[in-house]
Design a protein around this ligand. Structure first.
Ligand code: ARG
Length: 261
């Protein structure tokens, strides 16, 4: 994770960002601290990157890389405003002894990659359409040695895969079908007949931008309807307020780069 100490909306690279809307940076830090505490209370180890005053989106740590089996596939950001974030993530992995592969292709890390260890020996779902470029999927297959299913995102409000789809446990996902092309919706129906389906309101509440340990599902407190459906499916929702970061177009998952050792 990375503190939102320098979080601002000073450019617009997704439909949620509006440079005319003020951000309460102190509140952003308070809300983010609470998210961090919740993850620690749930038993996770949380490492943090030092925020850089010149990189106002650095709080969205999910975008810096994608890891599987102790190997990190590094990000290459779509927009120049975020380009330098990749090096901060690379430095983290190299100092912690994780093999890190520099990517030649545009990809925004876990923002566009989800991992299901219990499907097909470890299946990667990969979004494209707005940020990650399709050639990055083939590159990630080579680096990570896992099968990848490309999924076409078609609604600009859901510009990263992690705004429209989430892994709930090793083999179960939740997703909003309307964020995907007709063909990708068919693929998801075939692969995940038992998925928890979200509707447009859930997705607009950033409910799918969640972090799950297979039981506890940490998600934006606005997404009360989705939380109720997750509870009915046997999960334990853990709501967290992240109103300020929503102004940057992100929520819980965007703040967390999972380290899969
Ligand atoms: N403002 C950031 C951007 O547009 C938000 C990134 C959200 N991250 C995510 N994993 N969805 O790049």
């Amino acid at each position: 994770m990375c503190s939102p100490r320098f979080f601002r909306v000073e450019y617009e690279i997704n439909p949620w960002m509006d440079t005319g809307v003020p951000v309460d940076a102190d509140l952003a830090v308070k809300q983010w601290e609470r998210l961090r505490e919740i993850l620690i209370e749930l038993g996770h180890t949380v490492h943090t990157l030092d925020p850089d005053p010149g990189l106002p989106d650095m709080v969205f740590a999910a975008n810096g890389a994608f890891t599987v089996d102790g190997v990190a596939y590094g990000a290459r950001f779509r927009f120049p405003q975020r380009g330098a974030e990749a090096a901060a993530h690379r430095a983290f992995y190299t100092t912690h002894g994780w093999p890190h592969t520099e990517s030649a292709e545009i990809n925004e890390g876990e923002g566009d990659f989800a991992y299901l260890p219990g499907v097909a020996g470890g299946l990667i779902l990969a979004g494209y359409g707005f940020r990650t470029a399709p050639p990055a999927h083939a590159e990630a297959v080579e680096v990570l040695g896992r099968p990848i299913v490309p999924l076409h995102l078609t609604d600009p409000r859901f510009y990263h895969l992690d705004t429209a789809l989430a892994a709930l446990d090793d083999r179960t996902i939740a997703y909003y079908p309307g964020a995907f092309s007709a063909g990708s919706q068919r693929v998801l129906r075939r692969l995940f007949p038992d998925a928890v389906l979200a509707d447009e309101a859930d997705a607009l509440d950033f409910g799918l931008n969640l972090v799950s340990d297979g039981r506890h599902v940490v998600l934006n407190s606005d997404a009360a309807a989705l939380a109720a459906r997750l509870a009915a499916a046997g999960f334990t929702p853990v709501p967290v307020e992240l109103s300020e970061l929503k102004k940057g177009g992100g929520s819980v998952k965007c703040c967390v780069a999972e380290l899969r050792g």
